[in-house]
Design a protein around this ligand. Sequence first.
Ligand code: GLY
Length: 377
Amino acid sequence: MTKKMNRREVLATAATVAAASTVATKAFGQAPAVMSGHRQLVVGAHNGNRLKNENGETGVEIAFRMMSEGADVLDATIACNNLPENSIEDSSVGYGGLPDANGDVTLDACCMHGPLKRAGGVAFIQGVRAPSHVAKDVMMKTNHHLLAGQGATDFARANGHKIEGDLNSERSFKRYLEWKERVEREGDNRTFAELDLDFIEKKGFEVAYQMAKEGRIDIEHIHGTINTNAMNIKGDICGNTTTSGRSFKVPGRVGDSPILGAGLYLDNDVGAAGSTGLGEMNLYHLCSYLIVEKMRDGMHPKDAGMYALNRVKDMALPNPGYRNEKGEIAFNLQFYILNKQGQYAGVAMRGGEGRFYSVCTDNGAEHVLMDAIYTDS
Ligand code: GLY
């Protein structure tokens, strides 16, 4: 039963809202985003609060401002993710994303719209810098959830998206050639064509990690992805996930990002969750779906996220290399989570110093340290 507030409680609540209004006005110079009962917020991966547009706004700031101006929440999350998608500075998504083992950039994306109860995705699409927009078109213009490969590219072309021959940047292709040469060296100087795919997959992964250790590629871009989720003051919840997938992957490989329930899941009555990291290990438990269902049962976003990570941690792993010499999980998997009450969390298998997620509220944009299973990485 709803408890009626006494006069003192009414005044205290009014003071809280007024204080929040002041902060909001200071941070964004416009109407506060807490007046209609829901707390406006954006929660997502670290790279949503890194690059800036020509007005000095990061992705999560753009999304927050757009929602304050009345934009659709999905459009706001897509605008956030478009910054890294269109930039060569971020080698984990879109244009300049690290390519597959053949040197081709292939992209996956997915979006979900809480109020419309619709979703769309593309997998293994080539030639489109910002596959998030194509995912939205799949959602709005077809009865399907997922279009893949050449069909996805043809659909994008037919719907007015610019198709380019090659999405490598000079830098991403240079890194690819370096990776290829190092894998060939590890394979007793057999040419790449002479190496079997299993060797390329296993050695390629080790070489990519070694390159990350040497600072040649960003460690977060090995499985680099961006997920952004948001809620507006009406309580409308939407999300978007986009990726170039695992760096130097076996051609044809698709991970968790475009898969509903894995790379992203949300329910407008409950909340949203999305992922970055080793997609294969997320897919075993459809963790984004699991997290939203745990929140439906009343769990706080942090507890729901840790529950999902523990399910992954405790499973029989398909690859011995997924544990380190201490028996700990060696790979990373992260979830970005918000609920209808305006609570949020970012959780990681391997956290620690420098492992952040992005949040934008009335207080502005910030990097927040991830809660993690292992905190020493
Ligand atoms: N999480 C991105 C991928 O594994 O493809």
